[in-house]
Design a binder for this molecule. Structure first.
Ligand SMILES: O=C(CO)COP(=O)(O)O
Length: 152
């Protein structure tokens, strides 16, 4: 891939093993890009890659519950994130649910691709669209569907 992406990596505690496995599986790709992570996720990602001799650019924010999600959400708003991989623990309540919802919402509002499972993440990082200069992502449209105007 020609482009150097900024990829946000975030995982809840019960999803961190899955994140570390995914990062190791995709280490060749991820070592070519700038990784921005919530605190504990980033520490585990950095350790896993270092242990395998993979030189990666890993930036750690605060821990998620202490504002790391909010910091990454702000980067999304500023268009400083190209892709997010957010492995959410859907089986256990999180104390910072509001921050989680905010990060997810900002990715939707600002048209940032976000993968919430490994399959989606694999599909997104292997997309040819990243290097397709003719492809312009269509931003979300917030307008009701009007059959008469649309002609459909
Ligand atoms: O809670 C998180 C995301 O909502 C993850 O934060 P940590 O990576 O600091 O554990």
């Amino acid at each position: 891939m020609k482009r150097r992406l900024t990829i946000a990596l975030v995982a809840h505690d019960q999803r961190k093993a899955d994140m570390v496995d995914w990062v190791i599986f995709n280490s060749d790709f991820l070592s070519q890009h700038h990784l921005v992570c919530t605190g504990t996720t980033g520490t585990l990602v950095r350790q896993a890659l270092d242990r395998r001799g993979v030189n990666a650019d890993v930036e750690c924010m605060n821990s998620g519950p202490m504002g790391g999600d909010a910091e990454i959400a702000a980067m999304v708003v500023r268009k400083e994130v190209d892709l997010a991989v957010f492995l959410i623990d859907d089986l256990n309540a999180q104390p910072h649910e509001a921050d989680i919802m905010m990060l997810l919402r900002q990715c939707r509002v600002h048209n940032i691709p976000i993968a919430c499972n490994r399959y989606s993440a694999d599909l997104m990082i292997t997309s040819t669209l990243w290097d397709d200069d003719t492809y312009v992502p269509m931003p979300p449209r917030y307008e009701k569907f009007d059959r008469d105007e649309s002609g459909l």
